[in-house]
Design a protein around this ligand. Structure first.
Ligand code: WTA
Length: 648
């Protein structure tokens, strides 16, 4: 091993782990040499109505990309997350809920959750939902949201969960794209002491969408909302009309389970499609092994269920494993920066999982908030969503983990369904800032940007994956060609992740961030093209170019160059107006940090915007602008530098 900062697994982690270092090496090799044998064996962790005889049937060959796992298997995801646990752990807590308001909490056992899911499933059926129908879920972090997801899975409906921070326009686009006729929402959500007008946002969205026949509203805050007769119904009233007997629908392993929209480098967000069997095998296996989850432990992932992390590591992975999973409605800073640590102590959390942006924000608030709490039950800390800087990793290790907890930095994506590169606790020594080694069945490779395979261990370039794994997305909903073009056309024969990486002399992977036009703002994925199209939709804007810049807390911030319509005066008021406009078009997560008025954008003679230059100006790195002589008007650059924004 190199002499970089290296943390050996603790003796406690080694003693308890499911997989030790030798087993990791042996099983990893087997998973690559004999994927059929390995993944057939892993499939046994689920209950199948009909066990698959065909295991892997995948090709990355352009343009005939096709991905199928367990294709003749039959199972039901909700039965795997609920019914099969009833005999052994019916009275065990399945979900612990901690409310935004300190002191509010709730919990459900597996038996209660099963009953609630069956009832919700019958409500869906009574409202016309059939197998294969798409159901949009725009709900806050309450137990009923997990119930709604599982209810869809129970009857074979395909859910599309939309994060509660997205705007009416974003909802409308997603509802339209998947042709969903039904929306599940709540009156309002709570977050950080504020309420979020979920139903009102749905109403605004539906003014722009045809074909939605039913909106089912769950009561959360109880504040009055508008109910449109004939379209909107209260969940509680519907639930009173049905019973709680709902047999799970037998599903083929390749039947769709859910769609989750995510941003790419071009165009509108794509509907990432995940299917039933492979997703659940992979989600439950990674949940068990990457966190070394052991029976009876309390597992807390702070993500929102509106993101993939919430799907796989709040709902499906933990529940398939019969775990106790914690759902938190609030935010790390409310009422103050000790909230997460109070919740850890209150619910005796063993495994805690959050994002680097939260760690950096809490670190900035002062270590005393974490230092006040011993958190004796904690034994493992996860970090996911963006590269973690070593300072934040070390702070997390010291102040939260008290130098006693393993740290698992897991790299993965909406597209991958579950963790791809992460240290097996108790088996793989960690290095702050590195996601370390691949999970079973995952074959990462490093290519030069031109596509040359870097065979030597120490390498740097773009990160691709050589072959399929069961949790991989199957398609872009309604647009298989876009799937093939986005992920398999640039580097033939590989899945292209969109990330850059470095592999060190020990074969450890260090993710360096996106190499495409995708931003990662506080762990949220956002396409620069989405922000640009929101800006140019404003009547006073003629052109816009958006780039990311390094941000201490958010990881990346949003820097916008805006050219106004001829004769339109610029002002700080207009800046504020545009910022609000983007929030309204996309949602608060897309709020620009900087808006710079740019009378001209740096373009090549063929009219292509040179983003490289815009990025350098935003980063305040004028020495590295590179060759500007190919620009149609090189003077534009001087103006950009002279007017660079350094205050919001
Ligand atoms: C980034 C979130 C470094 C990466 C699960 C990826 C990370 C994108 C890590 C996917 C990590 C995620 N270290 N970067 N541990 N985890 N990323 O789809 O750029 O919301 O491509 O999935 O987040 O974001 P997504």
């Amino acid at each position: 091993m190199s002499d970089q900062l290296l943390f050996q697994p603790s003796a406690a982690a080694v003693a308890r782990t499911h997989i030790n270092a030798a087993q990791y090496a042996e099983l990893y090799e087997r998973s690559i040499k004999d994927p059929d044998g390995f993944w057939a064996e892993q499939a046994k962790r689920l209950d199948w109505i009909s066990f698959p005889t065909k295991i892997k049937n995948t090709t990355y060959e352009y343009p005939n990309v096709s991905i199928k796992w367990y294709e003749d298997g039959v199972l039901n995801v909700s039965a795997n997350c609920l019914d099969r646990h009833l005999a052994t752990r019916g009275d065990q807590t399945a979900i612990v809920w901690e409310g935004d308001v300190p002191g509010t909490d709730d919990k459900v056992t597996y038996r209660q959750l099963h009953e609630r899911v069956c009832r919700f499933a019958n409500v869906l059926k009574a409202n016309g939902v059939k197998k294969g129908d798409r159901v949009t879920i725009y709900m806050p972090m309450v137990i009923d949201t997990a119930v709604a997801m599982l209810a869809c899975a129970r009857i074979g409906a395909v859910h599309s969960v939309i994060f509660g921070g997205f705007s009416p326009d974003s909802i409308a686009g997603r509802v339209n794209d998947c042709g969903s006729k039904i929306i599940l929402t709540a009156d309002e959500g709570r977050r950080g002491g504020k309420t979020i007008a979920l139903k009102k946002n749905v109403d605004e969205a539906l003014a722009k969408v045809e074909g939605v026949e039913r909106v089912i509203v769950v009561k959360v805050t109880g504040n009055p909302v508008n109910m449109q007769a004939g379209r909107d119904v209260w969940y509680e009233e519907e639930a009173a009309k049905v019973d709680a007997d709902c047999p799970p629908e037998p599903m083929n392993a390749e039947d769709p389970l859910f769609i989750l929209y995510t941003s790419g480098s071009t165009g509108k967000p794509k509907g990432v499609l995940h299917t039933t069997g492979g997703y659940l095998v992979y989600g439950s296996l990674t949940h068990q092994l990457s966190f070394d989850y052991q029976d009876g432990e309390v597992f807390w992932c702070t993500a929102d269920v509106g993101w993939i992390t919430g799907h796989t590591y709040i709902v499906y992975g933990p529940l398939a494993n019969g775990a106790t999973t914690l759902m938190f409605e609030g935010i790390p800073s409310y009422p103050d920066a000790s909230r997460l640590w109070q919740v850890v102590e209150k619910h005796k959390v063993n495994i805690f999982h959050t994002a680097p942006t939260a760690i950096r924000a809490l670190m900035g608030a002062g270590s005393e908030f974490a230092d006040k709490h011993d958190m004796p039950t904690l034994r493992l800390l996860g970090t996911v969503g963006e590269p973690i800087n070593p300072e934040a990793w070390l702070w997390y290790h010291k102040h939260v983990g008290k130098e006693r907890c393993e740290i698992v930095d897991a790299w993965w994506q909406t597209e991958t369904g579950g963790h791809m590169i992460a240290p097996f606790p108790g088996a793989i020594p960690t290095k702050p800032g590195s996601a370390t080694k691949p999970f079973f069945g995952v074959q990462p490779a490093v290519l030069s940007p031109e596509g040359k395979l870097q065979e030597q261990t120490k390498a740097e370039g773009v990160l691709v994956i050589k072959d399929s794994w069961p949790g991989q997305m199957r398609s872009v909903y309604g647009d298989h060609e876009r799937f093939v073009e986005t992920y398999f056309s640039q580097y033939k024969g590989y899945y292209f992740t969109g990330d850059g990486c470095r592999r060190d002399e020990d074969g450890y992977y260090w993710i360096t961030g996106r190499v495409d036009d995708v931003l990662n703002v506080s762990g949220h994925r956002l396409g620069t093209a989405e922000v640009e199209s929101a800006l140019v939709a404003h009547p006073k804007v003629s052109e816009a170019a958006v780039v990311g810049f390094p941000h201490d807390i958010k990881g990346q911030g949003i820097y916008c160059y805006v050219t106004l319509m001829a004769g339109e005066p610029s002002s700080d008021d207009l800046r504020a107006e545009l910022r609000n406009w983007v929030r309204k078009e996309i949602g608060p997560i897309a709020s620009p940090d900087f808006i710079q008025w740019a009378p001209g954008l740096p373009k090549t003679r063929s009219g292509k915007i040179m983003r490289r230059i815009l990025r350098k100006v935003a980063e305040n790195d004028f020495g590295a602008l590179g060759d500007t002589s190919t620009l149609a008007d090189p003077a534009v650059v001087d103006d950009l530098i002279a007017n660079r924004q350094n205050k919001p």
